[in-house]
Design a protein around this ligand. Structure first.
Ligand SMILES: *Cc1c(COP(=O)(O)O)cnc(C)c1O
Length: 476
């Protein structure tokens, strides 16, 4: 893509008549959708609009570049081809083969990995595949407890992983940090075949080396699940597990700005024998994804992964990830200054966890009150939570999208102030009932919109409501 186009210059100039087949198809498709299905088109428009003027602090989200979204809508999606490049079970996959090879190569490059599988439809499917590769039914895994910030697919009874395998869970110490002593003790007591290092709600660094030495002591494979922190890992803002763990899994949409989907990576251990003592891990993973746990891959999603992974390797992405970390620490400090109880006292990554119970408010009330004021953050269970999972006592914030918008640490006190103003104007009527003062709500919504206008999503077109002309040569 040319510099001018990336800078948001109009695309109606030279070359407009030479739009490629895919470009014309997307343009036609968008027009057809508006004409033939206004009901659906309106919903999709409303969402695109909403995202332009909402302060999204959902820790598990990022915004995909418009080119990533376009690749995800490619005609390539029509290719049905089970198997892997060069070894498909269907004809007509030559272009898809090239796209999948490109995506895998970019994944290896972005993470310094020796092996990448880009077919998993999600990190959940990646985890299921990896567990299937490493564990026999009934085998033992050791992972972080769900209530301490772990993930469903790490052996929760609510997930098939908790039914097919015997799951043992470690927790956190009194300071809210992973209790490595307890991990080692449980590993020696239960002799798991797989140890999982990874979390959905944990604001501190994970010590992958330490996990690895515990795994080695008991002869377990180490799986690192970096679903939440993949961007920080790729940018060098969090130590990488790729050469430390046997296998690493991630989502592609949480911090990588990619489409819905997952990846499986392996570094130094990619040829290490699996549980049978001979088959290399990379071969086991290939089979575990297809045919063991998935059918046809999603070719357009893989194209979108390829585009996102190319962006991940660019200097601008590294800059954004540095900002993510700076923003999160500044946000945690600003919230603590306003009297919020910040779990672990701060953060090392993109995430800030608050104990709303300490404010006499449930997580869901905080989430809904903020949403009414165009601020998105999600309820989250916190260690020794007494409220049910749909209610919770915690609130989880993340700075991925703030940093993508170029909102820096200097503006975090303002973001904290906006949040605090909403929560201070929220009357709690129960664990799931509340009322926000309408005057405060309207004022905060206006301020959020102004903040978002001052920091537009990169490469997004100007919102209809904005004053700027739609096709100005300026960066939108
Ligand atoms: C979100 C998450 C997953 C699941 O990711 P999906 O791509 O949504 O399936 C797995 N592991 C961890 C640690 C997560 O946070």
């Amino acid at each position: 893509m040319t510099e001018a186009l990336r800078a948001g210059a109009p695309s109606g100039g030279p070359g407009a008549g030479r739009e490629g087949a895919q470009h014309r198809l997307l343009r036609r498709g968008a027009a057809l959708l508006e004409e033939s299905d206004p009901e659906l088109a309106r919903l999709l428009d409303a969402e695109a609009d909403e995202q332009t003027h909402t302060l999204a602090m959902v820790a598990s989200a990022s915004v995909a570049d418009p080119a990533v979204l376009a690749a995800g809508g490619a005609a390539l999606s029509n290719v049905t081809a089970e198997g892997y490049p060069g070894a498909r079970y269907h004809p007509g996959a030559a272009r898809f083969d090239a796209v999948e090879r490109l995506a895998a190569e970019r994944a290896r490059h972005a993470f310094g990995a020796a092996y990448a599988n880009v077919q998993p439809h999600s990190c959940s499917s990646a985890n299921q595949a990896v567990l299937a590769a490493l564990l026999a039914p009934g085998g033992t895994l050791l992972a972080l407890d769900l209530d301490s910030g772990g993930h469903l697919t790490h052996g929760s009874p609510a997930s098939v992983t908790g039914r097919h395998y015997r799951a043992v869970h470690y927790g956190l110490d009194a300071a809210g940090l992973v209790d490595y002593g307890a991990v080692a003790e449980l590993a020696h007591r239960h002799r798991p075949q797989v140890l999982i290092a990874g979390a959905s709600a944990y604001p501190r660094r994970l010590d992958f080396e330490r996990f690895r030495s515990i795994a080695d002591e008991v002869g377990a494979y180490l799986v690192a699940d970096i679903s939440h922190i993949a961007g920080l890992v790729a940018a060098g803002e969090h130590p990488s597990p790729v050469d430390v763990a046997h296998l690493t899994t991630t989502s592609t949409y949480k911090q990588l700005g990619g489409p819905r989907g997952g990846l499986i990576l392996s570094g130094a251990e990619h040829r290490t024998p699996g549980p049978d003592g001979r088959t290399p891990l990379e071969r086991l993973v290939q089979r575990a994804v297809f045919p063991q746990s998935q059918g046809t891959p999603a070719p357009a999603a893989i194209a979108a992964k390829a585009r996102a992974l190319a962006l991940v390797a660019e200097p601008a992405f590294k800059e954004a990830m540095r900002l993510v970390v700076e923003d999160a620490s500044a946000l945690a400090a600003a919230l603590a200054l306003r009297g919020h109880r910040v779990l672990t006292g701060g953060t090392d990554n993109h995430m800030v966890l608050l104990d709303m119970g300490a404010r006499g408010m449930s997580g869901v009330v905080a989430e809904r009150a903020l949403e009414e004021c165009a601020i998105l953050a999600n309820r989250n269970r916190i260690p020794s939570d007494t409220r049910p999972p749909l209610v919770t006592s915690g609130l989880r914030l993340g700075t991925n999208i703030l940093a993508q918008r170029g909102i820096g640490p200097d503006e975090m006190p303002r973001c904290a102030e906006l949040m605090d103003r909403v929560l201070g104007a929220t009357t709690v009527l129960g664990d799931t009932e509340h009322r926000v003062d309408p005057g405060v709500r309207d004022a905060v919504r206006r301020e959020v919109a102004a903040l978002c206008r001052a920091h537009p999503l990169p490469f997004w077109p100007t919102a209809r409501t904005a004053v700027a002309p739609e096709r100005s040569g300026e960066r939108h």
